[in-house]
Design a protein around this ligand. Structure first.
Ligand SMILES: NC(=O)C1=CN([C@@H]2O[C@H](COP(=O)(O)OP(=O)(O)OC[C@H]3O[C@@H](n4cnc5c(N)ncnc54)[C@H](OP(=O)(O)O)[C@@H]3O)[C@@H](O)[C@H]2O)[C@H](O)CC1
Ligand SMILES: [K+]
Length: 591
C-alpha cells in the first residue's frame, strides 16, 4: 500500500524528532544530493536517470557516493578518459541551478547544493526571497557556490542560465506553501515553464528535480492553480504527499522518490499511536493499492465453492443503439471470475451477448451484485426498458423497496446512463463510476455550480463532494482514477494511456461487479470495502491493459523516457477483458 500524508500530518510527525535533535534537514539534503549526483552522472552518460548507474566503490566521508563511484554500467569497459569526463559518468563541471525560497525547503536545497559543489559541480543559487535559510546559504558559499538574487538579476537572465544547466533543483516552497506562487518566484517559474514548453520535442534541456514537491502544487489536494515547473524527479521527504499521487499535480512530479526520515507515519496508524493533536484513527489522506494488497482482497474459490457462492453478477447494459457495451460489461464480469453472469436487456442485445459469451444466462433471478448502465444513454426514449430495469435494481440497492420484495440489498456498480437515475441516497456499497463529464452532470443536477474544467482541476474535491452528496462510493475515472468512499480516498494510476479508449469503462464496470459479487456480504457489512474493491478493479484493469499493450507497465521506469521501458501500443477494450484472467493470476502469484 502506498500512503500519502498531508502537510500537517508530516509536520506533526517531524515535531518530536526535531525536538529530540534529529538532523532531519541534513538527512534530507544528503539524500537529495545523492539522487542528483546519480541523475547527473546517468544523463552525462546518456543513460536515462530512471535507471540509476551502478555504484562502484564506497561512500565518501560525507555519506554521498564517492566521486569515482558515480559511474554508470560500462564505464570501466570504455575506460577512463575515452570520451572525456562525461563519458566516464563523472559529474565534475556539471552545472546546477538552485531555485531557493524563504523556508526550510530552500534550506534543504542550499545544503544539497553545498554537497554538490563539493563534488565538483558548478552550483548557482537563485534566491527568490529577500531572506533565505542562513545556515544553508553559508554552507553553499563555503563550498564555493555562486549566489544571485532575483531582486538583483532579471528573470530572462535566470532563464538563460537555467537553459545552460545540467540540473535544476526546485526549492522554492515545500509543505509550507500557501496558494499560488507569489512574485518573484511565481514570475520566474512561469517564465521557466514557458521556455521549456517552447522547446522543440526532444531538444536538450536541464533535468528538473523538485525538492519535496514541485513548488506551486496544492500539496494536500493535488491542484495546480498557478505556475509550476514540471519536474523530472521529485525527491520527497518523510512520506508521499497527496499532491504527488493526485491529478492534476501528479503529472508534474515526474519520478517520485521517498526519502525515509524515520517519521513512522504508516506505523502509527497500525499501532494506534498518533501525533499530538491528531486522531489516532485517522490514516493517510490518500492511499494507492499495490498488487499485493489486491491479492489480499480477492476471494479465491475453494473446493467447496459453486457458482452461486462465488457470486452472480446481474448486468443491465446496452441498448439496440449501443449493444457493444453489453458484450464488454458482461465480458469484464465473466473474465474476472464471476460464478455466473445474468444479462438483462433487449432480446437482440442478449443474442449478441450470448454469441460472444455463451456461459451467460439471460433470465432473471437472484444476484450478488448489479452492474447497471453501460451503454444505456440517460436521456433516450429507446432506452426506456433498460431504464425501468435499472430503476428497479436501484430501488433494491438503495433500500427504496423492502427486502421482502427484492430479496435483500446487494452491492451495485452504477455506470454511464444509470448515474443520471440515482435519485435517492445510496449506501457505500453502491459504486458510481463517472468520468469527469458525468460527474459534472451529476453535481449540477444536485445543485452545484461546477463545470467539467472545474471537476478536472479538483478531482479530489468533487469525488468527495459526490460521495458526501449521494452516500455512494465514487470512482472518478481518469488516467489517475480517484475513488472516494466511506473510509477515505484512493488514487490509482495503473494503466497505460492507451487505455483511454471506447468501451474500457464498460469492462471496468463488469470487472468491479464481479469483485463486489464475490464479497457481497462483506461489502454490505464493511462500508469502506467497496472503495477498496473499486481500487482493486482499477489496478487489475490497468495491469490487463499493460499486458495487452505490450508495454512494461512500470510507472517509475516509464517516467524516465529512454530507459528501455516500453510505452506499449494500442489496446481495445475486449482484449483488456480477455487479459483479465492472466492479470488476476499474476497478482495472486505475486508477479
Ligand atoms: N523542519 C525540518 O527540519 C525539515 C524540513 N524539511 C523541508 O522543509 C520544508 C518545509 O519548510 P517550511 O519552512 O515550513 O516551509 P516552506 O519552505 O515550504 O515554505 C515556507 C516559506 O515559503 C513562503 N511561501 C509560502 N507560500 C508561498 C507562495 N505561494 N509563494 C511564495 N512563497 C511562499 C512562506 O512565506 P509566508 O509569508 O507565506 O509564510 C515561507 O517563507 C519541507 O517541504 C521540506 O523541504 C525537510 O523535510 C527536512 C526536515
Ligand atoms: K519545492
Amino acid at each position: 500500500m502506498i500512503e500519502a500524508w498531508t502537510a500537517p500530518d508530516v509536520r506533526a510527525a517531524e515535531k518530536p524528532l526535531l525536538a529530540a535533535g534529529e538532523p532531519l534537514m541534513s538527512r534530507a539534503a544528503h539524500a537529495l544530493a545523492a539522487t542528483v549526483l546519480r541523475d547527473v552522472a546517468a544523463r552525462r552518460r546518456s543513460l536515462a536517470p530512471g535507471s540509476p548507474p551502478r555504484l562502484r566503490g564506497g561512500l565518501g566521508s560525507d555519506g554521498l557516493p564517492g566521486e569515482a563511484a558515480v559511474r554508470g554500467p560500462g564505464a570501466g569497459r570504455r575506460g577512463a578518459g575515452a570520451r572525456g569526463a562525461g563519458a566516464r559518468g563523472d559529474v565534475r563541471g556539471a552545472r546546477a541551478v538552485l531555485l531557493v525560497g524563504a523556508g526550510n525547503n530552500g534550506g534543504d536545497t542550499l545544503f544539497a547544493g553545498a554537497l554538490l559543489a563539493r563534488r565538483g559541480l558548478a552550483v548557482t543559487a537563485v534566491l527568490a526571497a529577500p531572506r533565505v535559510h542562513d545556515a544553508g546559504l553559508a554552507a553553499l558559499r563555503a563550498a564555493g557556490g555562486r549566489v544571485v538574487s532575483l531582486f538583483d538579476v532579471r528573470v530572462p537572465v535566470v532563464v538563460a542560465e537555467v537553459a545552460e544547466a545540467d540540473v535544476v533543483l526546485d526549492g522554492l516552497v515545500g509543505i509550507g506553501a500557501h496558494g499560488v506562487l507569489r512574485p518573484p518566484a511565481g514570475g520566474l517559474v512561469r517564465a521557466l515553464a514557458d521556455a521549456r514548453a517552447a522547446l522543440p520535442h526532444g531538444a536538450p534541456r536541464p533535468w528538473v528535480v523538485a525538492v519535496d514537491v514541485p513548488s506551486g502544487i496544492g500539496v494536500d489536494d493535488g491542484t495546480v492553480a498557478g505556475p509550476v515547473l514540471p519536474a523530472d524527479r521529485t525527491v520527497t521527504f518523510g512520506a508521499l504527499k497527496p499532491g504527488l499521487v493526485l491529478p492534476p499535480a501528479v503529472h508534474l512530479a515526474g519520478i517520485v522518490e521517498v526519502v525515509d526520515l524515520g517519521l513512522g507515519l504508516g506505523d502509527r496508524r497500525v499501532t494506534g499511536g498518533g501525533a499530538p493533536g491528531r486522531s489516532p484513527a485517522s490514516g493517510p489522506a490518500v492511499r494507492r493499492l499495490e498488487a499485493r494488497d489486491v491479492a489480499a482482497l480477492l476471494r479465491v474459490p475453494g473446493p467447496r465453492d459453486h457458482k452461486y457462492t462465488r457470486g452472480v453478477v446481474g448486468v443491465v447494459a446496452g441498448t439496440e443503439a449501443f449493444p457493444g457495451a453489453a458484450v464488454l460489461a458482461v465480458s469484464g464480469a465473466a473474465r474476472a471470475g464471476a460464478g455466473m453472469v445474468r444479462y438483462l436487456g433487449p432480446e437482440s442485445v442478449g443474442a449478441l451477448v450470448l454469441g460472444r459469451r455463451p456461459e451467460v444466462v439471460t433470465t432473471g433471478g437472484r444476484v450478488q451484485s448489479w452492474v447497471l448502465g453501460p451503454g444505456v444513454p440517460a436521456d433516450d426514449d429507446a432506452a426506456d426498458d433498460q431504464g425501468r430495469r435499472i430503476f428497479g435494481a436501484l430501488a433494491a440497492v438503495t433500500g427504496l423497496l423492502s427486502a421482502d420484495v427484492t430479496g435483500g440489498a446487494v452491492p451495485a456498480v452504477v455506470d454511464a446512463g444509470a448515474i443520471e437515475l440515482v435519485e435517492h441516497r445510496c449506501p457505500p456499497s453502491v459504486v458510481i463510476t463517472p468520468h469527469a463529464g458525468e460527474l459534472t452532470a451529476l453535481m449540477q443536477r444536485l445543485g452545484h455550480g461546477v463545470d467539467r474544467a472545474g471537476v478536472e482541476a479538483e478531482p479530489l474535491r468533487w469525488a468527495r463532494a459526490a460521495h458526501e452528496a449521494t452516500g455512494a462510493t465514487v470512482l472518478l475515472k481518469g488516467s489517475v482514477t480517484v475513488i472516494a468512499g466511506q473510509d477515505g480516498v484512493f488514487a490509482q494510476a495503473d494503466g497505460p494511456a492507451w487505455l483511454a479508449t471506447a468501451g474500457a469503462g464498460d469492462v471496468l464496470a463488469g470487472l468491479l461487479g464481479t469483485l463486489l459479487a464475490s464479497r457481497s456480504a462483506d461489502v454490505l457489512a464493511r462500508p469502506g470495502l467497496a472503495a477498496e474493491l473499486a481500487a482493486a478493479a482499477v489496478l487489475l484493469h490497468g495491469r490487463a491493459a499493460w499486458a495487452v499493450s505490450g508495454g512494461s507497465g512500470d510507472a517509475q521506469a516509464r517516467a524516465g523516457a529512454g530507459t528501455g521501458a516500453r510505452a506499449g501500443g494500442p489496446v481495445v477494450a475486449l482484449d483488456v477483458a480477455d487479459a483479465l484472467p492472466a492479470a488476476i493470476a499474476d497478482v495472486l502469484a505475486g508477479a
